[in-house]
Design a protein around this ligand. Structure first.
Ligand code: ADP
Ligand code: UDP
Length: 238
């Protein structure tokens, strides 16, 4: 698969065309950002760790019947994916109170929820990804009602697959963000599932094993991602 021109370079990944217009290459970079790009760093081998964890998780989701854009891992930092028309909405599922939910509602971080909370955010860095609801999505035309219901349903399905997968590895899946896109009229899971876009706590000690280590200057960021990979059984060499 030949790598073509760069289509887009985001905060953590670059997207390249291939000779097939329906396929793209995602390059997971070492760039790490937080607070809408205000805090930036290069973390050695983060791109590789994320690409490998993402490939592993996407394959688990496919095996469980969730349609994803993932086709194959091409190298340590790159994967081949289906090109999607991305929905400008981020879907967040929370099993435990943390981050913006804790701040917004003044509820202590760590409260285990009786059932998952689901939230939509508009993907817009300049506006700091504001929280939105089904009504905003419908009225402003960001997705159809069917797609909105589909994103909600599929996000819960993903939680149902991944929460026990992480639990078996001694890790609490606290919360996570998903992005969906369209291909052939179908809703498909796109983007990534990595410790950059979720919260993962050691089940016993509640040690953070995700990007909060970077956000909160806790150190050992990539080491923690590697620990997640090791516990999940993600292959770490080709
Ligand atoms: P951001 O844009 O938030 O800075 P990234 O650095 O991760 O994020 O950039 C990757 C970009 O690629 C994101 O905007 C994401 O929506 C987009 N993307 C992810 N998967 C696909 C796909 N299969 N087809 C098209 N675009 C995609
Ligand atoms: N998240 C993300 N990208 C975003 C916003 C959130 O990957 O643009 C993830 C984040 O890592 C966490 C979950 O979504 O796992 C919920 O994030 P939250 O709303 O608590 O925001 P935060 O405090 O992390 O900015």
């Amino acid at each position: 698969m030949n790598k073509g021109e760069q289509l887009y370079s985001g905060k953590a990944k670059s997207v390249f065309r291939t000779d097939d217009p329906e396929r793209l290459i995602l390059h997971f970079r070492n760039d790490t950002s937080a607070f809408d790009g205000v805090k930036l760093a290069q973390l050695e081998r983060k791109g590789e760790m994320n690409n490998r964890i993402n490939a592993f998780i996407m394959q688990k989701l496919e095996a469980a019947g969730v349609q994803t854009h993932f086709i194959e891992q091409l190298g340590p930092e790159e994967s081949l994916v289906r090109r999607l028309d991305m929905v400008r909405v981020e879907c967040v599922v929370r099993n435990v109170v943390a981050g913006s939910l804790s701040k917004r509602l003044g509820i202590e971080e760590g409260l285990v929820l009786d059932e998952p909370v689901f939230e939509f955010f508009l993907k817009d860095d300049a506006l700091h990804d504001p929280m939105i609801n089904e009504s905003h999505i419908r009225v402003f035309g960001w997705a159809s009602e069917e797609e909105t219901a589909g994103m909600h349903r599929l996000s819960h399905t993903v939680n149902g697959v991944l929460k026990p997968l992480f639990a078996d590895a001694g890790i609490m899946l606290v919360d996570f963000k998903l992005e969906f896109g369209r291909a052939d009229g179908q809703l498909v899971l796109g983007d990534e599932f990595t410790p950059d876009g979720c919260r993962l706590w050691d089940a016993q000690t509640h040690k953070k094993l995700d990007k909060d280590r970077f956000r909160r200057d806790l150190g050992e960021v990539v080491e923690s991602y590697r620990e997640v990979a090791r516990r999940l059984g993600v292959p770490l060499d080709d």
